[in-house]
Design a protein around this ligand. Structure first.
Ligand code: 7TS
Length: 407
């Protein structure tokens, strides 16, 4: 493993050399989707050049290669999350897919009218809407843990909302809109004390934090490859083996069956029971390469670097007249959300783009968070391992330009 060197890391990401509108690209939208290192691009290209065939089926060499690569990525994902065994790793399309799987398979088969699903005000829509769908289908009721002015969960309210009626608790590990890191380990233990099953939405956590599902003791953990330097269209659902074994299939089709007759179909063992149809094999190979890439860097040092850039960004943006930071939790990572008095975030985004600075503006698929703070949208700068203080200086120059034009 190499010491963390941001210049070296930047050189691994070819797109960072791109120019946009004639300016060097300053990419501050990694919470939306991260950029991909050469190693990921190469692994996917190599897959199509040397191994492409359908997995688990044919007896020819290419199919064996494809299957070995696909299953190899499952093993890498298990190691990445410190999952106890390969049966607990379901390869999905991403976080949204993983949450819908759990809601429709586990939730729909176990929830009864009046049962409660506990969410938080910080959730991304992907960790709200699937639960609303299953609540409508089963008569379960959704409860929501409030947040304070800093954008932190109210843990007293969390404890008060947990009861014997609570069957599922679904919590984001890190908020995509504010960057708040939630104390999920203690929250999981509290939920287990009332026998609730806990799903952690790790979409914004795995790009930054080292995650150990056994240490967390969660029941389900979901992530998206594309936010952690892998390709789009792939992700991971970790599930406790006993739960996955007992859950009905989510989708039916090829590869998830043991035998099919018109009278009765027997399902394949986990995790294959949940992987119907031809999966995104090249994407899964890319996910494996992204995990290898992260394994090759000192992640503690990478996080320290990202946090130092976030602290710098916070201090710099605070000095801009009329700027107000939204979300000032004690424990944060990766995200700086703010508003500028007198400027609509979308206008700011457009002016920033013309200067080569890519930020996201809007409600970030977390409308309840915006509603909580009484604002329609924020400007969000989100960080990856490749961002630098120079990127933040460009952000700040861009924001001064925005103020010149609008204020
Ligand atoms: N959960 C969280 C916490 C997220 O941040 C996102 C995507 C999702 C779930 C959904 O992930 P997907 O890969 O299935 O789409 N978040 C964002 C964002 O912050 N900006 O764009 C997408």
């Amino acid at each position: 493993m190499q010491a963390f060197n941001v210049d070296q890391v930047r050189a691994d990401f070819p797109i960072l050399a791109e120019r946009v509108h004639g300016k060097p690209l300053v990419y501050l939208d990694s919470a939306n989707t991260s950029q991909k290192p050469e190693a990921v691009l190469k692994a996917m290209d190599d897959y199509y050049r040397h191994a492409n065939a359908n997995i688990h089926r044919a007896t020819h060499l290419l199919s064996e290669r494809a299957t070995a690569l696909y299953e190899g990525s499952r093993a890498k994902a298990a190691a990445f999350l410190n999952a106890p065994d390969l049966r607990t790793i379901v390869l999905t399309k991403g976080t949204t897919d993983g949450i819908n799987l759990v809601a429709q398979s586990y939730g729909r088969s176990t929830l009864k009218p009046g049962d409660e699903i506990l969410l938080t005000w910080l959730e991304h829509h992907a960790n709200i809407v699937p639960w609303q769908l299953v609540a409508e289908q089963t008569g379960a009721v959704i409860k929501v843990v409030p947040i304070n002015e800093a954008g932190e969960l109210d843990l007293d309210q969390y404890a008060a909302l947990l009861s014997s009626r609570t069957k599922i608790v679904a919590i984001g590990h890190v908020s995509n809109a504010l960057g708040t890191i939630n104390p999920v380990k203690v929250m999981i233990a509290q939920a287990h004390a009332t026998d609730a099953v806990v799903l952690i939405d790790g979409a914004q956590a795995t790009p930054h934090l080292v995650v150990d599902v056994q240490a967390l003791d969660c029941d389900f953990y979901v992530l998206s490859s594309h936010k952690m330097y892998g390709p789009t269209g792939t992700g991971v659902l970790y599930g406790r083996a006993a739960l996955l074994e007992a859950m009905p299939p989510y989708q039916g089709g090829g590869d998830m069956i043991a035998s099919v007759t018109f009278e009765k179909t027997l399902y394949n063992q986990v995790p294959y029971k949940f992987e119907a149809g031809t999966p995104n094999m090249a994407g899964v190979v890319g996910l494996g390469a992204a995990i290898d890439y992260l394994a090759g860097i000192d992640r503690d040092a990478a996080l320290a670097h990202e946090d130092a850039v976030l602290d710098y960004a916070t201090a710099q943006v605070r000095q801009i007249p009329g700027a107000r930071i939204v979300g000032e939790a004690k424990h944060k990572t990766g995200v700086l959300s703010f508003v500028l008095d007198g400027v609509h975030p979308h206008d700011a985004g457009t002016i920033m783009d013309q200067q080569g600075v890519a930020v996201r503006t809007g409600q970030h698929c977390a409308q309840p968070v915006m509603d909580r703070f009484g604002i329609p949208a924020t400007i969000r700068a989100s960080l990856g391992i490749y961002n630098t203080r120079e990127d933040i200086d460009a952000l700040v120059r861009g924001l001064h330009k925005v103020r010149e034009l609008f204020v």
